[in-house]
Write a protein that binds this ligand. Structure first.
Ligand SMILES: C[S@@+](CC[C@H](N)C(=O)[O-])C[C@H]1O[C@@H](n2cnc3c(N)ncnc32)[C@H](O)[C@@H]1O
Length: 317
């Protein structure tokens, strides 16, 4: 059955919303957490389904996004608590609100299209804005600080590890050479340094700066640090039968979600031969998506940004 989603074309379109709703099955009176509210697309879809009597706790570390979400979600104000914080503080947030346990948790990882396309946020290699990339603008250091103050080896490691960029060393060397002349402060300046590091010209599937910009963004916002601990702790807040759903946009975060959920489902997550395996093998949850779900052709045609999305879910036993 094709369910109608009441989401307007001019607002941020949430990725894999139909699949998320099918997994979380939000019900009237239920308590849900959207750990990454962004522009409130998923939150709106959940809020529409938990009336009457439901509650949604929405978290985002980006204050501007949260303000926009608040305006969008105004009709649901009585069923909504929006919190400006890092989702890694979810245990504290839920304890302070005296809320426990919850029916479902959504984590839509990464950067929002609002952040990417707002030139002043300095995320995009296509803009001439100041290099920034902070999701939380109260954070003390930004992408320009990272680019101008890290050693060449540190830069190469970040670009290789978080961008899976083959040319990481060459790009790091080019950055260090350029910053000796003058600090690198603008997105376009960094993009052209990276561009010059690529010898092969002509048609390329993605822009040469894509992977390096992804790597810097992940490093600036410490996106992978503590993700596994957060997912395990969040799982602990679910009711029996409650579900957590995670949308990842690159293999590094998807791998963390996969490993965490497998461990919680009592599966082996080590590479050791079976006789040497020391994995706890205690099933606290049941995998709802043994393989990740991906967007359907209709969504991909309408929203190319969804192409790398991977959705995984686990249910608490
Ligand atoms: C892909 S967007 C979410 C879009 C949202 N689901 C919607 O429908 O509009 C990811 C959001 O997560 C937020 N975010 C990323 N890491 C976070 C963290 N550690 N704590 C809280 N929010 C975070 C970002 O600021 C961004 O707004």
């Amino acid at each position: 059955m094709t369910e109608h989603l009441n989401i307007h074309d001019d607002e941020h379109v949430p990725v894999m919303a139909r699949e998320v709703l099918n997994l979380l099955q939000p019900k009237p009176g239920g308590i849900y957490v959207d750990a990454t509210v962004g522009m409130g697309g998923h939150s709106q879809a959940i809020l529409e389904r938990i009336q009457p009597g439901g509650l949604l706790i929405g978290v985002d570390r980006d204050k501007e996004s949260l303000e926009k979400a608040q305006a969008r979600l105004k009709p649901f104000a009585d069923s909504l608590r929006l919190i400006h914080d890092n989702y890694k503080n979810l245990p504290l947030i839920l304890n302070n609100l005296a809320i426990r346990p919850v029916d479902g948790i959504l984590v839509d990882l990464g950067v929002s299209s609002y952040q990417l396309t707002s030139p002043e946020r300095g995320f995009s290699f296509q803009s001439d804005a100041m290099l920034d990339m902070r999701m939380d603008r109260a954070q003390q250091w930004n992408a320009a600080d990272l680019i101008n103050n890290s050693s060449e080896v540190e830069l190469a490691n970040i670009i290789y590890r978080y961008g899976e960029e083959r040319l990481s060393r060459r790009i790091a060397a080019a950055i260090v050479q350029e910053r000796e002349k003058a600090p690198i402060t603008r997105c376009s300046q960094l993009a052209s340094i990276i561009n010059r590091s690529f010898k092969v010209r002509g048609h390329q599937v993605i822009h040469p700066a894509t992977k390096t910009f992804q790597a810097l963004r992940i490093a600036v916002n410490e996106e992978l640090q503590g993700l596994e601990e957060f997912l395990s702790e969040a799982f602990g807040f679910l009711k029996t039968g409650g579900r957590i759903a995670v949308i990842a946009f690159h293999s590094l975060e998807d791998r963390i979600a996969k490993k965490t959920f497998r461990r919680l489902a009592g599966q082996c997550i080590c590479d050791a031969p079976p006789e040497l395996c020391r994995c706890p093998r205690q099933a606290l949850g049941s995998l709802i998506t043994p393989r990740p779900m991906t967007p359907g052709p209709e969504e991909l045609a309408a929203n190319p940004r969804a192409r790398s999305a991977r959705l995984r879910s686990i249910e608490k036993l």
